[in-house]
Design a protein around this ligand. Structure first.
Ligand SMILES: Cc1cc2nc3c(=O)[nH]c(=O)nc-3n(C[C@H](O)[C@H](O)[C@H](O)COP(=O)(O)O)c2cc1C
Length: 194
């Protein structure tokens, strides 16, 4: 599948392969390795990796949208580049692929309810921003009120990674936010800096 991005770049999306490769090279379903062992170990190990929490916002046919994401990193300073990893089934994936634009709001300690809210799958995507306090950034991208900072981004490349796409994006605008410590995600729970 090939999707044309809003800014002229293309996403090359191969079909998703079923499960992780069997280390013994057998066909899926015939492995003697318990099918969930490595992913479970991996999931448990990654719980040791503390991250901040962001809301990646976008603007699609239904209006403003947002999703919780912690697979976010800064790639280079000059030019300023960031990377986000977004599941291909997410509504945000289709919106960002079509628009080529997204914003990132870095959540503050105390904003875990927002993280929980934006981790939901909305039957009606137009409901994602209902009741949420936000302010329009460049291109009308939502900046979540009370966050500790915001980035507006333009996708420059997209890399297929199994059931996710890695969106590499140029930071086009930076806005300071609340002077608060960050929300921290660790061992699948919300915490703060101590
Ligand atoms: C703490 C946390 C971090 C998350 N990080 C990501 C992420 O980096 N990428 C991703 O695709 N989903 C991530 N999710 C799951 C999405 O937020 C969730 O699938 C959401 O429903 C997607 O929304 P959408 O379909 O409206 O775009 C995360 C969830 C939580 C609770």
């Amino acid at each position: 599948m090939e999707a044309k991005g809003g800014a002229g770049w293309q996403v090359h999306l191969p079909p998703v392969s079923p499960g992780h490769p069997d280390p013994e090279g057998k066909k899926p379903g015939t492995s003697r390795v318990p099918p969930t062992s490595l992913p479970e170990e991996f999931h448990r190990m990654m719980g040791n990796w503390a991250t901040g929490v962001t809301v990646v916002t976008s603007r699609g046919p239904h209006g403003p949208h947002g999703m919780t994401a912690n697979a976010f990193l800064s790639v280079s300073l000059a030019p300023p580049l960031v990377l986000v990893s977004i599941g291909r089934d997410n509504d945000s994936h289709a919106i960002i692929t079509a628009s080529g634009r997204f914003a990132v709001s870095l959540l503050a300690e105390g904003q875990e309810a927002l993280s929980v809210h934006f981790a939901q799958r909305f039957k009606d995507p137009a409901q994602a921003m209902a009741g949420i306090a936000w302010s329009p950034g460049p291109d009308g991208l939502p900046f979540i009120d009370g966050a500790i900072g915001h980035l507006a981004c333009a996708v420059s490349d997209a890399f297929a990674a199994q059931d996710h796409t890695l969106f590499l994006a140029r930071v086009t605008h930076v806005a300071a936010g609340a002077n608060l410590p960050p929300l921290v995600y660790f061992h699948s729970t919300y915490t703060g800096l101590r």
